[in-house]
Write a protein that binds this ligand. Structure first.
Ligand SMILES: Nc1ncnc2c1ncn2[C@@H]1O[C@H](COP(=O)(O)OP(=O)(O)OP(=O)(O)O)[C@@H](O)[C@H]1O
Length: 191
């Protein structure tokens, strides 16, 4: 029996550009029977918690617990990725939701993430970059944080990737709907 063919929608963008918002919109259009959002940050936290015997739920919320482990978790993630660049991509696509036909990777942060999916799923991949003006991101709660917003995890895809579609998500709903339609047209069986 052959394995199911998946279509992968990769989404990247700066903090508060609207990656989650757009991922949810796409999921609503495609339907939860067919499609799942698979964030790469989920398995990172889950695996880190497992390896370090920590409480996964507390690592997900915005408490001191998370702050306490943030730096160590980032370091640990780097080491894992250096040993195996596809480590978190593989974990994300083996867990809950991976049985769906269409995967939305809602938080690609490294070139190695894009390379992993392009290598493995070839033409069944579409890459999306979400752009929003700094002032708009700030209205959405973005505050520049040293050590995070200037780190590779936030800047690794600022250049060097040829995006299939760039979405300008500056609160212009009409433009956003146009971009969503453009994406849907590129997904087999929804066009
Ligand atoms: N086009 C839009 N219209 C209305 N609200 C929006 C729009 N885009 C984003 N938002 C809102 O802005 C906030 C930040 O968006 P979102 O969480 O999607 O950003 P993100 O890129 O996923 O951020 P992070 O990287 O920090 O997780 C959310 O409250 C979201 O609902």
């Amino acid at each position: 029996m052959g394995s199911i063919r998946h279509f992968v929608v990769i989404i990247s963008g700066k903090r508060k550009s609207g990656k989650d918002y757009i991922s949810s919109k796409l999921l609503a259009c495609l339907g939860p029977n067919k499609c799942a959002i698979l964030p790469l940050s989920g398995p990172l936290k889950k695996q880190y918690a497992k390896d370090h015997n920590l409480d996964f739920d507390r690592l997900l919320d915005a408490t001191e617990y998370k702050e306490h482990y943030r730096q160590d978790m980032i370091q640990w993630g780097e080491e894992k990725r250096n040993q195996d660049p596809g480590y978190f991509c593989r974990l994300a696509t083996e867990g809950e939701g991976s049985e769906k036909d269409i995967w939305i990777i809602s938080d690609a942060r490294r070139l190695s993430d894009v390379v992993y999916f392009r290598d493995k799923y070839k033409e069944d991949v579409i890459t999306i970059r979400v752009e929003a003006d700094l002032s708009v991101r700030q209205q959405r709660g973005f505050v520049f944080t040293e050590g995070i917003d200037d780190a590779e995890s936030e800047c690794g895809l600022d250049s060097g990737c040829n995006w299939d579609i760039v979405i300008y998500n500056n609160n212009n709903q009409e433009k956003l709907e146009d971009s969503i339609s453009k994406i849907l047209k590129r997904i087999p069986s929804t066009s």
